[in-house]
Design a binder for this molecule. Structure first.
Ligand SMILES: [Zn+2]
Length: 161
């Protein structure tokens, strides 16, 4: 990624973190699982930040992830180069330090043609909790590794599946 985009991300990082947490407060979830997102996008001339909050109003209802909402807004205004995505949420298991974008979001990121070097920064509701920062390519790599190990364990113990 062009250094100017990385510099802009560093400059806007604290703002993105604050806006992602603000959006998290506005999430709609039947089970209190709120996720917020703030992404930094570029339209070839200017940068702009877009926010998203998740919506899952009832259990059997549709699910809209915060990341997808923010990406849709950026697309609607034709800011289709995504520099960084900041996601604020509660980690989903004791093994995860932060909440990572779900598989559907990864599909969306691929469909959106997100760069492999798009920065993903995952945070919790306060500065005292852990954060993670990685590139989109790293998340793809982790998913691929997880799928390979799942396939292997399925082959070695098909009865378990
Ligand atoms: Zn998602």
């Amino acid at each position: 990624m062009d250094q100017k985009h990385v510099d802009k991300y560093v400059e806007e990082k604290q703002t993105l973190v604050r806006l992602a947490r603000e959006a998290q407060q506005r999430g709609i979830s039947y089970r209190g699982f709120k996720v917020g997102c703030a992404l930094l996008a570029f339209n070839g001339q200017e940068y702009k930040i877009f926010q998203g909050a998740n919506m899952k109003p009832f259990k059997q209802g549709p699910k809209y992830c915060a990341e997808g909402i923010a990406l849709g807004s950026a697309q609607a205004e034709h800011y289709n180069f995504i520099v960084a995505i900041v996601v604020a949420g509660q980690p989903q298991s004791e093994y995860d330090k932060t909440l990572h974008p779900c598989l559907e979001c990864v599909d969306l990121f691929l469909g959106f043609r997100l760069g492999l070097d798009t920065i993903i920064h995952t945070i919790c509701e306060s500065d005292q909790k852990p954060t993670e920062e990685f590139l989109f390519v790293d998340q793809l790599h982790n998913l691929t590794s997880a799928m390979i190990s799942l396939t292997k364990s399925r082959e070695s113990n098909p009865a378990a599946f």
